[in-house]
Design a protein around this ligand. Structure first.
Ligand SMILES: NC(=O)c1ccc[n+]([C@@H]2O[C@H](COP(=O)([O-])OP(=O)(O)OC[C@H]3O[C@@H](n4cnc5c(N)ncnc54)[C@H](OP(=O)(O)O)[C@@H]3O)[C@@H](O)[C@H]2O)c1
Length: 536
């Protein structure tokens, strides 16, 4: 087996030889990052980060560890503070004590107590209810005091780490309390967590409510998937290399598969998941983002609107599905009892906080056609699900076979397609599969693989995925965030599916936990003479 990494190691003297992660030096290397063309080695500008939902799960598991990583990488401004707002009964001291305990539990690497000690001194807490205007008056006066103490100036990053039902309310109350006005050198930005709506109408309504009080350039709709290095690398791989782009079209590509498989079940998220399901939870955001990055044309620059504009064109080109096409080109599933990695799993319907007669889908597969010159006739097969044999996210590009076999009369048999796999998680890297001659007097061909593995080459990544996104928001780079039209275009595609699936009751459960999903998903590809790449 030939290893691309070996070749690169021999030829590239500039390869980092130690584990870099988010260290200052490695981040300095991103100064030439073609995605943003910005110097990303500088600390972000002074500001206060206000986390609505500061006592919640997202804050302790992901946001605070990311902020810590940014501090360790020297990317936080000196003049900086954090204010957590939630209704839990805490004060500055108890909030700091809780976070100190939690950072040791959730940090992505070893915690440097000196760095944490400096950071936690800048953390504050305010108890209040997001529904009430007095909370916002209290936040405003607390912010004045905190920003004077830390000399942060008036810029603010408001992170809405709350349930989606609060997004419009918090934005409206921030505006009412005169906390979102921007001036020269004073920015006010709002990070909105997903879900951005639950269907097209609610996504449009949410955007309307947010845009009634904020400018589009103040709204950062976060999809943490885009914070992953491997996802960002899709654009670098395609547009910073001359080799692949000429082949990236319907002349050479046969089909594309995008899989986001989870081995876990619904666990304790039944309350949320049973209302959402796999389609809402994964498709308009993660899967369509991966599809856009795979299918988009090269933008004229890596400025946010140029990139987001190209993504929007892909979404606009997706062939809208009629009811008949939904029945023939999409598959939904729900897991029954089974075994994943040797562990017995209860059926979805038996999970805590799930309706015992639930018709919520935990799996879906769909065939998407992108109606433009580049992709006409190339199916994109999308698949996501819970309780599949392995956690695995990948994009598989299958190339057309060689136009004719020169090996007639030899024992070569059928030639295989070349396959390029962009591995997103848990393996992070790229592999290329092609045919090679088996040594010996006869012409016999075997599939071989060239691999590039992030970890082998650049060392272990120790980030949560939120670091880049929070930092980008602080420096005002919206490239990796969804614009209002991007999120609505996603919902426009899935809305007819939601409506039909609600009308036509499924026969669930239809796959066993630990299997590859319903048989109908295999048939979807078999009808086209193709097969899914195995998950397990
Ligand atoms: N957790 C994750 O890993 C994760 C990952 C990706 C995205 N998200 C998204 O992030 C958001 C937050 O999720 P989460 O898991 O952190 O939720 P969570 O644990 O329920 O945290 C929400 C926080 O907001 C507080 N809160 C709720 N209603 C309030 C109100 N009216 N006034 C004041 N405080 C209030 C909660 O306080 P109480 O405890 O008193 O209710 C809690 O501290 C959601 O939109 C979720 O979809 C979460």
């Amino acid at each position: 087996m030939s290893q691309l990494t070996d070749v690169a190691q021999k030829s590239n003297q500039a390869k980092p030889d130690s584990t870099p992660d988010l260290t200052k030096d490695s981040v300095k290397n991103t100064a030439t990052n073609p995605i943003t063309q910005k110097n990303k080695s500088e600390p972000a500008p002074p500001c206060v980060l206000v986390i609505f939902g500061g006592a919640g799960d997202l804050t302790k598991r992901l946001l605070i560890p990311s902020i810590y990583n940014l501090a360790a990488a020297g990317l936080l401004p000196e003049n900086f503070a954090i204010l957590g707002v939630a209704r839990a009964d805490k004060d500055d001291d108890s909030f700091r004590t809780d976070l100190t305990e939690e950072i040791h539990q959730f940090a992505t690497g070893k915690v440097d107590d000196k760095i944490w000690g400096e950071l936690v001194k800048k953390v504050y807490y305010l108890r209040g209810n997001f529904d009430e205007r007095p909370t916002f008056d209290a936040v405003k006066s607390r912010l004045e005091e905190i920003s004077a103490r830390h000399n942060t100036g008036k810029s603010r990053l408001y992170y809405l780490a709350t349930g989606a039902e609060y997004f419009p309310k918090i934005a409206a109350l921030l505006s009412e309390a005169d906390m979102v006005k921007q001036e020269e050198n004073v920015w006010r930005r709002v990070i909105v967590e997903k879900p951005f709506g639950t269907d097209l109408a609610s996504a449009e309504a949410l955007n309307k409510e947010l845009l009634a009080v904020l400018e589009e350039n103040q709204i950062f709709r976060i999809d943490h998937y885009l914070g992953k290095e491997t996802v960002q690398n899709i654009l670098v791989f395609r547009f910073a290399n001359g080799l692949f782009e000429p082949l990236w079209n319907n002349k050479y590509i046969d089909s594309v598969q995008i899989t986001v498989a989870e081995s876990v079940g619904v666990e304790n998220r039944g309350n949320y998941y049973d209302k959402s399901g796999a389609l809402r939870d994964m498709v308009p955001n993660h899967l369509f983002q991966l599809l856009c990055m795979t299918a988009m044309d090269c933008p004229t620059s890596f400025q946010a609107d140029a990139v987001r504009g190209e993504k929007a064109k892909v979404m606009e080109a997706i062939h809208p599905l009629t009811d008949e096409e939904i029945r023939s080109q999409t598959v939904r599933g729900q897991y029954g009892a089974g075994t994943v990695k040797g562990k017995e799993i209860l059926a979805y319907r038996q999970s805590p906080k799930v309706n015992p007669e639930s018709t919520t889908e935990t799996f879906l597969a769909m065939k998407v056609l992108v109606d433009n010159w580049r992709w006409a006739g190339v199916p994109f097969y999308l698949r996501t699900g819970k309780c599949l044999p392995k956690k695995r996210s990948e994009i598989v590009i299958t190339f057309k076979k060689a136009p004719f076999s020169l090996f007639r009369g030899e024992e070569v048999g059928q030639l295989e397609s070349n396959t390029l796999v962009l591995h997103i998680q848990p393996e992070e890297g790229i592999s290329l599969e092609f045919g090679a001659k088996i040594p010996g007097p006869k012409v016999m061909i075997s599939g071989v693989e060239m691999q590039f593995n992030y970890q082998d080459y650049f060392g272990q990544s120790s980030s949560t995925g939120y670091e880049t996104l929070i930092y980008d928001c602080m420096i005002g780079d919206a490239t990796l965030f969804q614009r209002a039209d991007n999120s609505e275009l996603g919902w426009r595609v899935v809305d007819p599916m939601l409506k039909l699936w609600q009308k036509e009751k499924p026969d669930f459960p239809n796959y066993a936990a630990g299997s590859n999903g319903p048989a109908a998903a295999d048939e979807l590809l078999a009808r086209d003479g193709r097969a899914w790449r195995a998950i397990g």
